[in-house]
Design a protein around this ligand. Sequence first.
Ligand code: DAH
Length: 344
Amino acid sequence: MEEELIGIKNAALSFVLEAEDLKSLEETKLQFLGKSGKLTLALKEVTKLPAEKRPAFGVLANEVKQTIEEAIEDKIKSLSAVKKTTLLEKIDVTNPGVKPPLGHLHLVTQAIEEIQSIFEKIGFVRVRYPEVEWDWYAFEALNFPPNHPARDDWETFFVDEKPHPKYGPVLLTPQTSSGQIREMTTNKPPIKMLNIAKCYRRQSDISHVPMFHQFEGLAVNTDLSISNLKGVLDYFVKAYFGKERQSRIRPYHFEFTEPSFEVDVSCGACNGKGCKLCKEGWLEMGGAGMVHPNVLKNCEIDPSVYNGFAFGWGVERVLMMKDGIKLDDIRTIYSDRMEFLEQF
Ligand code: DAH
């Protein structure tokens, strides 16, 4: 009986050794360990043995079973390792790879970079100032009297913080003009700065978003005039929108400039003649003006020696005007819709 068991073991092991794939291993397993497998049947013979021989037979039978099982397991492992290497060997490294999808900068970031590089060419230096600001920098020093209704136009977000004894309540910058005060209180003229930053206002509808971007230019020197301002506006308009485009200034009112203007750009669709898009040939772009003497004084710059000009426009606005992007809802710019974003 014992020899029979040893014979079964040897036979099984030689099958395992010769097996070349998982299928033949499966068959070997069934042939020896299955319900009517050779070892299973041999074990049933135990009843034919005298009682005192049964335990030793049982121990041997178990050892044989275990040995066969382990041999099968090991062979499965080595077969799958071989399979992996042959797979590897078959990879043709000269095949062109699969290109991962490449992203790109957001269209607003692209516009900011372009605007920055246009102004850098004529000596404006990009600056960055706080987005969370005190009332003094955002309004008061810009010549807005306290509680003046003009402040309502800026629909400010206030931050739930203790007001500063000197600078007043804490807020989110509603306009990049606060950068003018930061710049003039930290630097002496001559100044030529470009502040491009996020602005926040309590507004959200198809043509407004609560967070948007502005770019603000400020030049302060001893002898600046409206012609200098107009020259800079013309330069920007031609560099950003195209050579054939023109700028125009119209009288307006801002607290922090005197005189103040609104700046228009000739319409690209009709070349200033007037069309459905622009009506009269011009598209409104943003504000500008000569820095108000009170603003200079608030920054301890003597208005009898220095003067300056400033301008501030919306990044999203000029971007949409340039590319002729007509959006039914401006909020699309800040959505995560890939169909929209992938176009830029
Ligand atoms: N800060 C103004 C706004 O948010 C825009 C502006 C107007 C900026 C006139 C200026 C300026 O620098 O001179 O609407």
